[in-house]
Design a binder for this molecule. Structure first.
Ligand code: LLP
Length: 421
């Protein structure tokens, strides 16, 4: 994004042109920024540990155009569900290019996961006998709960530690691998995902140490050669202006440093190092364009746009901050106003006092930042509202990559029984 003579551009396309062409609200993704983010991170890790690969957590943004950019860059896919394995297949990725990290799986999930031949990442020791009853994975890992988790989004996004539903309890990990080995499974990795949106490089060193101390003992005692160690996602981005960026070079150096140390300490054969971030690649490459449709002066001034909680759930769901620019007004003096969407819920009152340009007016185009991850993917239809359009920009080109929903989408799959007509 850049601003020139007051006009906001995504790559080289003015937001006014995008809003006019596609309407609002519309998600827009910058292709170059996704590629830059990916390459910056990959270089940082490869520089420190050559046998390294990223798997993109497609849950964050499952538009196949966006995922295709990351596939072109060499990423595998982290799938949270069987359907996400199918999405990966649509990208031409399967087998060991896909990591299946579902949780609380049904027998059907297990069957389809096994049939797909992807890396099977088991979320619980009790899952193992259920999987073995159906088949034997070629290569598998356990998702380890290393006993500690953290998140800048809030406690609800902390994925490990005593309050998390994910992963194998640290005390059960040895037993889990022992049982898997005894069952004849030959190829192993290990996995964890303790938290999301962390900008402190030290966190990544810390969690790597936790996992390697658990896994190192398993490798030594059971004589298992781990083929891969997957440290999960969690690479953070700043949401508030002025917040520091994650120093990715430092994070990579710290992780690789302790990884090597622990490999040596436990006498492991060096495994492939993997991570499966999402937010870091796509988060700051995505924006939502909205329109100011109504302004109310009541107890305070409230500006209403068509970017509602159903369009972007994060503010109402997590109290998350998303910065907002107003096209053509960024040079104006600021005034504190409230900001809301159009859903009939008071949680759709994003903020009571955001400093916005004082002249903000009906018809203005707003640009919501950092909406590329967990944005469209978490949108919904409450209040009869339709999911927005998605657009990709590159240089001065732009493509519609998902159509805006229509009224047909609200009644699709609905049947009214004869006696009610
Ligand atoms: N791997 C697994 C197993 C995950 O569960 C996740 C995200 C990731 C990787 C990618 O994490 P990232 O690199 O993006 O931190 N809806 C929340 C975030 C939930 C994260 C869920 N798991 C939000 O809007 O902030």
């Amino acid at each position: 994004m850049h601003i020139q003579n007051g006009q906001i551009y995504l790559e080289n396309v003015p937001v006014t042109l995008l809003a006019k062409t596609y309407g609002t609200p519309t998600y827009v993704y910058e292709e170059s920024r996704i590629r830059d983010n990916f390459r910056r991170a990959l270089n940082a890790f490869r520089k420190n540990y050559d046998n390294f690969r990223f798997f993109y957590a497609i849950k964050s943004n499952n538009n196949l155009a966006v995922a295709s950019i990351l596939r072109q860059e060499g990423a595998g896919i982290d799938a949270a569900s069987v359907n996400e394995i199918l999405l990966a297949q649509k990208l031409g990725l399967g087998g060991e290019d896909v990591m299946f990290s579902g949780n609380f799986l049904s027998d059907d999930d297990i069957r389809q996961g096994l049939e797909s031949g992807v890396i099977f990442n088991l979320d619980d020791i009790a899952l193992l006998p259920r999987v073995l009853k159906i088949g034997t994975p070629e290569i598998m890992s356990f998702r380890v709960n290393p006993g500690y988790g953290q998140s800048e989004v809030g406690d609800f996004v902390t994925n490990a530690g005593p309050n998390a539903k994910f992963g194998v309890h640290p005390d059960q990990v040895m037993d889990a691998y022992r049982q898997a080995k005894a069952a004849g499974i030959k190829r192993f990795g290990a996995h964890m995902m303790p938290g999301s949106c962390i900008r402190d490089p030290e966190y990544f060193r810390f969690i790597t140490t936790l996992l390697m101390d658990i896994i190192g003992k398993v490798g030594k005692e059971l004589d298992i050669n781990f083929e891969f160690i997957d440290l999960g996602g969690g690479l953070g981005i700043p949401y508030k202006p002025g917040d520091d960026k994650l120093d990715i070079d430092q994070a990579a150096a710290l992780v690789a440093g302790v990884f090597r140390e622990k490999i040596a300490e436990y006498g492991l054969k060096p495994p492939r190092l993997m991570m499966e971030p999402a937010r870091y690649f796509v988060g700051d490459a995505g924006y939502i364009l909205g329109t100011v449709h109504a302004i109310k002066d009541s107890y305070s001034r409230i500006v209403g746009t068509d970017v509602s909680m159903n369009t972007l759930a994060r503010p109402a769901m997590y109290g998350a901050y998303h910065h907002i620019y107003v096209n053509g007004r960024e040079d104006e003096a600021r005034k504190a106003v409230g900001l809301c969407g159009q859903v009939c819920e008071n949680t759709d009152f994003w903020v009571r006092d955001r400093m916005l340009p004082e002249g903000i007016d009906l018809g203005d185009i707003v640009v919501v930042e950092n909406a590329g991850a967990y944005g469209y993917a978490m949108s919904y239809q409450y209040n009869g509202r339709l999911r927005p359009a998605e657009v990709l920009v590159r240089g001065d080109q732009h493509w519609l990559i998902r159509e805006r929903e229509t009224i047909d989408d609200l009644v699709r799959n609905v049947t009214v029984p004869e006696h009610l007509i």
